[in-house]
Write a protein that binds this ligand. Structure first.
Ligand code: ARG
Length: 436
């Protein structure tokens, strides 16, 4: 490892690995993403990322290349195009996020796209990754709308060229340029990404941006969005601004076209490896998701499914009398039957007796989804967890209070009365073990 490019790769890998999880987690995802049945990912890179964060972008893509993963890249060039037009004193405007494209604007756009495309391809090649620019032969279009001018409405996507590049072990880098016969047309990069994803059907669609996610009303990053449960709620939120609503709408339409295992991640270039190769990620993960069903017992099927989830997630045996000793149990379960919560109503305040997600489903946001549904029904709840349970950092982030004892950590939400709390803690500590 002596030439400068190898040095770059080595330091890149060390830098990125330091930020991510265990080797086991990384290998799990490398295996998942290398499946021959489904392409790994389409990555949309916003124009401002190329302008302001090219180095991290290239590091992360080179890292993927090093672990043998070949994404398909689609880039924008919005800010560069606006700057070029301003410099040339050419006026421009937008209708619904699409740039009105006169012949003059189109010609500048085409040259800016070519230049930006070349910049990415060259940067990748300098760092030892094979890359191939694809400009204007991918999206067959018609002119969208006379008021938009030379803007393409995508009719078909030629994925043969993309496949050829991938077969050559090279990374396709695509510009959102369309064509109609011999005419070049401008396409909004988000729209081009959606059509590209539908055509390629990858495991993941990734949007790299400078802010790297969707944020809630207090400005905190939303780590998971389960569309089946949250889409309607989110679209009604006043704090979600219209640009994000549009993006979410596009993402929903995209996920509606993909298998349920597919997902969309929004993240920053520097956090891409962490997002991809850890369960907790770093960014916003959006999935089609599963609904959550509440079950009353007795119900033999539900009991069997519950037992299976709990036993695989806790790697132990659920005691035989689990369903008899707490008499009033409420079971929440995702429709995919891979995550479950049991709430016992035997005490004065509801007690969360079990919360399990099977190991293979970790990182899909199922736990967050089922938790969200349970909380709608139970504003007050308390539970316990072993001090070494890795889920404790999640519990710490969502609880309102916690007491740490040697054998158990007790957490609660919605309980402010001190003596009630004391009874809850007492109850939790003395409850017999239910997984052995
Ligand atoms: N590494 C997994 C993936 O890429 C999980 C990512 C979780 N990310 C998150 N923001 N919650 O699919």
């Amino acid at each position: 490892m002596s030439n400068p490019s190898n040095q770059f790769i080595k330091s890149t890998i060390l830098k990125l690995l330091g930020a991510i999880g265990s080797e086991k987690e990384i290998n799990k995802y490398i295996e998942k993403f290398s499946s021959p049945e489904q392409r790994f990912a389409v990555i949309k890179v916003g124009g401002s990322v190329i302008d302001n964060d090219l180095e991290n972008l290239i590091s992360s893509l080179v890292f993927l290349n090093q672990v043998g993963l070949k994404p398909v890249i689609l880039h924008g060039a919005g800010p560069m195009l606006s700057a070029a037009l301003e410099e040339k004193k050419i006026d421009f405007s937008f209708i619904d996020g699409q740039r009105v494209t006169s012949l003059e604007v189109r010609d500048v756009a085409y040259s800016v796209f070519k230049e930006t495309n070349k910049k990415i391809v060259e940067a990748l090649e300098t760092q030892g990754a094979k890359a191939h620019g694809l400009i204007s032969n991918i999206f067959e279009c018609t002119m969208a709308d006379p008021s938009l001018g030379y803007v393409g409405s995508i009719q078909s996507v030629d994925i043969n060229l993309i496949n050829e590049v991938l077969e050559l072990d090279s990374i396709p880098v695509i510009a959102p340029v369309g064509f109609q016969d011999n005419e070049v047309l401008n396409i909004n990069a988000d729209i081009a990404t959606v059509e590209l994803v539908k055509a390629i059907n990858p495991y993941k669609a990734i949007f790299l941006s400078e802010i790297g996610g969707i944020f809630n009303k207090t400005g905190q990053l939303i780590p998971n969005i389960n569309l089946a449960l949250e889409y309607n709620e989110l679209m009604q939120e006043k704090w979600l601004h219209s640009g994000m609503k549009l993006k979410l709408e596009q993402i929903k339409s995209l996920l509606d076209h993909l298998p349920k295992t597919a997902s969309v991640s929004i993240t920053q270039p520097i956090n891409l490896p962490k997002e991809l190769f850890t369960d907790s990620g770093s960014g916003t993960l959006i999935k089609h998701g599963y609904s959550v069903v509440q079950h009353q017992l007795p119900d033999k099927d539900v009991e069997d499914q519950f037992r299976k989830i709990v036993e695989t997630s806790f790697k132990g045996k659920l005691v035989d009398n689990f369903f008899n000793s707490p008499k009033d149990l409420n079971i929440f379960m995702t429709s995919c039957k891979r995550a479950t919560i049991a709430i016992s109503n035997d005490f004065t305040i509801p007690y969360m007796d079990k919360f399990g997600v099977i190991p293979e489903a970790k990182g899909e946001g199922l736990g967050a989804g089922i938790w969200h549904e349970m909380r709608k029904v139970y504003p007050q709840v308390f539970w316990r967890s072993r001090p070494n349970n890795p889920i404790n950092s999640f519990y710490t982030s969502i609880c309102e209070g916690c007491q740490k004892q040697d054998e158990w950590h007790i957490f609660w939400i919605g309980i402010s009365d001190y003596s009630a709390l004391k009874d809850c803690i007492e109850y939790a500590i003395n409850k017999p073990k239910s997984v052995i």
